[in-house]
Write a protein that binds this ligand. Sequence first.
Ligand code: AMP
Length: 432
Amino acid sequence: MSAETESFEDFRLNRQLLNAVADLGYSHPTPVQVKSIPLILAGHDVMGIAQTGTGKTAAYVLPLLMKVKYRQGDDPRALILAPTRELVLQIEDNIKSLGVYTDLRVTALYGGIGPKTQIEKLEEGVDILVATPGRFMDIYLKGHLHLKALKTLVLDEADKMMDMGFMPQIRKILEVIPVKRQNLLFSATMPEKVVKLSEEFLEFPEVVEITPQATAVETVEQELYEVPNLKTKINFLTWLLDHRHLERVMIFTRTKATADNVFKYIERKELGPVRVIHSNKGQNSRINAINEFKDGQLRILVSTDVSARGIDVSMVSHVINFDVPIIYEDYVHRIGRTGRARNEGVAITFANPAEMYHITKIEKIIRESIPVKKLPDAVEVVKTEKSEQIEIEREIDRFRRREDPGFKGAFHEKKKVFSTPKRKTKKKRRGR
Ligand code: AMP
């Protein structure tokens, strides 16, 4: 990420969008967002090569919302095509969250259920459509879609759409929408056929390529521990700090709240000296903490991913991933803190059962598998609390459904015990 774009405020987005971004807890834009948002706002056709997990959805949804701005007329002004029902629902969800302070109407069209409700929703008026190509074409051919107002077309996961044989439908769609429009194409990979499609479909495109740093730093030894829950993570952390020779440790957490909690715990147990950095801390406090850590006055620095970016702290003996980052490249950034300049380092990752899903994705990016180790016998494994268990199972179900939209969810049966039938229906419909 370039140093000058440190915050979403640097993009010319309106207040409604910035507030939504803040609500979602996105404190800094990801690299694909830094590169794509200004180009899309400037009206360029963009070809983005970025995988799921890089923040690519918000990278096009934010500028799209900025352009479509407020509800107007009854016909769609932006169309997003995606390969699966599951992805369509996820994108719809993203648009709803990011557009929560706007009055924009979004409708999702996908197969697997009858088209009646979707057609009724279209008739109420729509600003943004998210659709699978097949269902979009069906409804178009029935005469329910008026496309003259369409100004932006997004193809998301273009490589997957081609693999799934959607090309004929996409070609037909290109024939029935206005020629003068902005085109955005996102794809996880760039095989020859995607390059060809982009030549056909994009005009003088700007290419944004987020190549994950593929190899984890070679001098870093990686260890992965399956840790069932938060309390056991704390027990294991205590054991590590007590029993292993950890001289200068960076502990990473996904959220500020976890960073603060871990920091307070270490301080209370007198396992430091320790300090914490995250975006709620003032600039001075952050700089002081980093300097103290560099000078060797601190044993431990707790940090969120965002705060750690761009700071050059070397000679870290151990990195502890207290949780697994969902922006997968952050894993590489985190472990790159150790093993710098030929210093051997160790990166220790704690993953609960739900986080193991992210590990499989991270392993794809780094093109190696992270050795799984057994928790030391001396670490007390605590029974997972009911509320945490529910969270973990929900998360696992969500990922399974992401991979396989037909998946009903192992959590279904158990859900009856914990939630009302009304909520169950809503969850199911939204596919989350
Ligand atoms: P995607 O690559 O679009 O599937 O996004 C992966 C995950 O990252 C989603 O859960 C997003 O909500 C989240 N995300 C997107 N942008 C940011 C950001 N700037 N900061 C933190 N999380 C983000």
